[in-house]
Write a protein that binds this ligand. Structure first.
Ligand code: APR
Length: 239
């Protein structure tokens, strides 16, 4: 089995900006104003406008050669894609087994019920649906009447790391590929530790954080250069 852990760099060459590179999203926006529960409480319109912009261009973008290479690989071997990306370019490329640990821009859900403490989180409304247009101010949950919000994970919110599935596959993984992430955001970045004993590990990134590379073969460059080449060599091995 091959696990591919991806970040914004995977989609960069499809025209989607990364977050922390020069010219990235967090240079243009203050994350505290657009991507936290507090921001949602203070200025829903700003938060929704930020996500609406994401929705519009992410819907238009197309998978690049790296997404397509992953789809090709999945035709030959079990591939699990764990992505921090909220775009759906892996889906568009035809990949099936994708865990969107930071959510998906093309889904909406009922807003968090801020007025209850976390131990009562079972009381939250579980409404969620696919959308064709971005969530707008005034869009209310058809189930409970609270406001709708994009189904993405904001800073400070819980992340569904698929823990049961992670432990299920941990000892079956032969190859672990990390592509296009600064691995600065937790708990996602814990995956590097979780899969540290996988026999073969590759890190694809033009500007990787060198502290993360222990045990990895570094392929220093863009995803569209190295993923298709790596997939070809893995396919040859499997043939
Ligand atoms: N190919 C591969 N990697 C690339 C490319 C490319 N063409 N272009 C840039 N990169 C690399 C950068 O060198 C950097 O290491 O992609 C990485 C992008 O890092 P970030 O911008 O921090 O994105 P990511 O790691 O996905 O961020 C994690 O932070 O803001 C949150 O929720 C957001 O999911 C996101 C999380």
């Amino acid at each position: 089995m091959i696990v591919i852990f991806s970040g914004a760099g995977l989609s960069a060459e499809s025209g989607i900006p990364t977050y922390r590179d020069t010219g990235g999203v967090w240079e243009k926006y203050n994350m505290e104003e657009v991507a936290t529960p507090l921001a949602w409480m203070q200025n829903r319109k700003l938060v929704l406008d930020f996500h609406a912009e994401d929705f519009e261009y992410m819907q238009k973008c197309q998978p690049n050669a790296a997404h397509l290479a992953i789809a090709e690989l999945a035709n030959h071997v079990d591939v699990v894609c764990i992505t921090q990306n909220i775009d759906t370019l892996l889906e568009k490329a035809g990949v099936k087994d994708i865990w969107h640990i930071h959510g998906r821009i093309d889904y909406q859900k009922c807003e968090w019920h801020f007025d209850i403490p976390p131990m009562y989180s079972d009381w939250q409304c579980d409404y969620k649906s696919l959308i064709n247009e971005p969530v707008k101010l005034g869009d209310l949950c058809p189930k409970c009447g609270k406001h709708l919000r994009p189904d993405v994970v904001w800073f400070g919110e819980a992340v569904d790391m698929h823990v049961d599935d992670l432990y299920r596959i941990q000892n079956q993984v032969d190859v672990f590929i990390v592509v296009g992430t600064s691995a600065q955001v937790y708990p996602a970045a814990n995956l590097l530790k979780f899969f540290q004993n996988v026999p073969r590990k590759y890190f694809i990134d033009p500007d990787p954080n060198t502290e993360l590379l222990d045990g990895f073969t570094l392929l220093k460059g863009k995803a569209t250069k190295y993923l298709p080449a790596l997939v070809e060599s893995l396919k040859e091995e499997l043939a």
